[in-house]
Each structure stands twice: as structure tokens, then as C-alpha cells.
Design a binder for this molecule. Structure first.
Ligand SMILES: [Zn+2]
Length: 304
């Protein structure tokens, strides 16, 4: 476990954590201990192992000078190390579960459930604020957005501070930010980039968002230029009913009308199996970009 007391003020400490999860892991960590006392911010990335812009942004945040900080920033840049090393999308390869559907985890569960429980109890519960960095997965194109727990005002404020325009209020109880909000800790999940890419501009968007959160929390000097934001209260996910080929007719960022045909799933013989129709008027937040499609996999998500 991390022994924060023994880290000197104004110092960076880094290393590996090996919690007992029934499967060997070495999770990298960075602790930036400010030169003055203050709140603590937890930054995680790589809950989904192939969302590379989020992982690299976490490494960039770790380059902050701790001497400029009040309080402590804890960075866990690759939570799902088995997924990262195996380039696995959505799931971790040990128990084949999606970590961001397992919060707050289970002490006596499978590997993923134990990992999430450990993260929740050892890190999220002890933080004063929590930022979980994500993006579109290896096969997803994405319009940047930030999710937070619906009705949790401090999380909404943190989401506004992060600076991405589209803010999605979610009722999920099984995602990372929900575990934080349940403990009344301002918590957000910010998404940028996708398709296995990690362009500088998108990495910088996420790094800058964390920096803006630090200013918002009074942990870093600076003025927070307010950024425009749009509150979205609906997030409709369309899923494939079939294995086959996916033909999207819209891309991330497109505006769509209620009832609009947004894509089709076709059989391996080229016949239409499913017409995907938008149930709401809104904006495409993510869209699967792989031609290959599995039954029950997401096709795209629309926010409104
Ligand atoms: Zn993700």
C-alpha cells in the first residue's frame, strides 16, 4: 500500500503496486506531494486498456512540478494492466469483465471485481476528488465529453472545471464516478480520442482538464477561464442484435434526429439484419468504427 506520510513535501514518488487479487499485477503509480498541505486528487486511466490518449495524459500529468502544488496528486495511469499489455478492448483478459461496469467492486469477487474494490476502498474513498480518464476504445470514434453522477452538484462543478463542452449526467451505479459520488467525493469521467490513437491535441485536452481541476480545487495557482458547457441528461446506447458487419451512416459529433437511420448491421451474406434508428434527437458521442460486429456489442451512443 502507499505510505503517503513518508513522502517528503515537494517530492515525486513513483513505483509499482501489487495488490493481492489472485492474479499477479504490477500497477504503476506516481504520487506528487505538494510543498504545502491541501486536498488530494486521484487521477486514474487505463480502466479500459486500449484508450491510449487517457493513459498518456495521465503520464503527462505526472510531470507536474510537485513544488507548485498544495496537497497531493495520486496518479494510477494504467489500472487495467492485463488489458493494456494484451491490447484488449472493453474487457480485462483475466476474467473477461469490463472494469467500468463493476464498481464499487467485490472483496471476494473475480479478478476484475477485486481490482475495482481495491481501487474504490484504497484510493477513491480516501481522495477529496477523483478524475477517471477514458476515451473511445480501439474500435470507437468519439466526440469528447465528461460524465458525472446525475444530481451530484460538486461533481457537476468539477466536470465544468475540466473544460470539455459536453457534460453527461448519468444514473449509472456501476461506473467509476458513481463509486466516488456515492461517497460524496466530486468525481468525473472524461473521455477524449479513440480508435487506438493518442494525438497530441487530445492528450493535451485531457492533461489540461486535470490541470484545470487542480486550479478549481485550490491545489494549483492560476485563474480558471470559464469554458462554455452543454448539459446532456440522456445517453442512449444502441446495441447490435446480431453478429455481422456494421455500417454506420453517421460519425461521432454528428447531430441526429429522432427516428433517423444511423446505421445497419448486415449478415455475412450482405443482408440487412438490423436497422439502427436513433431513439432521440441528439449528438453522436461515440460510434463503433470496426466493420466487424458482435451480438450485444455497442453500435453507438447518442447524448441529448
Ligand atoms: Zn473507457
Amino acid at each position: 500500500m502507499l505510505d503517503l506520510e513518508n513522502i517528503k513535501a515537494g517530492q515525486l514518488e513513483k513505483g509499482f503496486l501489487s495488490p493481492k487479487l489472485g492474479y499477479p499485477v504490477k500497477l504503476p503509480y506516481f504520487v506528487l506531494k505538494g510543498s504545502q498541505p491541501g486536498p488530494s486528487l486521484l487521477v486514474t486511466a487505463g480502466v479500459h486498456g486500449a484508450e491510449y490518449a487517457s493513459v498518456e495524459a495521465a503520464y503527462q500529468v505526472a510531470k507536474l512540478d510537485p513544488k507548485k502544488l498544495k496537497g497531493t496528486v495520486i496518479i494510477l495511469p494504467i489500472i487495467n494492466t492485463p488489458a493494456f499489455t494484451s491490447r484488449s478492448i472493453y474487457i480485462n483478459p483475466v476474467d473477461r469483465k469490463n472494469l467500468n461496469r463493476l464498481f464499487p467492486g467485490m472483496e471476494d469477487g473475480t479478478f476484475g471485481e477485486k481490482l475495482v474494490y481495491w481501487l474504490t476502498e484504497e484510493f477513491i474513498a480516501k481522495a477529496d476528488a477523483y478524475v477517471d480518464l477514458h476515451g473511445g476504445d480501439m474500435i470507437e470514434a468519439l466526440e469528447p465529453f465528461t460524465i458525472y453522477q446525475s444530481g451530484h452538484a460538486a461533481s457537476h462543478e468539477l466536470a465544468k472545471a475540466f473544460g470539455i463542452e459536453l457534460l453527461v449526467a448519468s444514473d449509472s451505479e456501476i461506473m467509476s464516478f458513481a463509486a466516488g459520488a456515492r461517497k460524496d467525493i466530486p468525481s468525473i469521467l472524461a473521455e477524449a480520442s479513440g480508435q487506438g490513437l493518442w494525438p497530441h491535441a487530445e492528450v493535451e485536452r485531457l492533461r489540461l482538464g486535470v490541470e484545470r481541476c487542480l486550479i478549481h480545487l485550490g491545489m494549483l495557482e492560476g485563474t480558471l477561464e470559464p469554458k462554455p458547457y452543454k448539459d446532456l441528461t440522456e445517453f442512449a446506447w444502441l446495441r447490435s442484435e446480431h453478429e455481422g458487419l456494421w455500417y454506420p451512416y453517421v460519425i461521432a459529433g454528428d447531430k441526429v434526429a429522432k427516428g433517423q437511420l444511423v446505421g445497419e448491421v448486415k449478415s455475412f451474406l450482405g443482408e440487412t439484419l438490423q436497422q439502427a434508428v436513433s431513439p432521440i434527437e441528439g449528438i453522436v458521442l461515440f460510434s463503433v468504427s470496426s466493420l466487424a460486429m458482435n451480438a450485444d456489442d455497442p453500435l453507438l451512443g447518442i447524448g441529448a
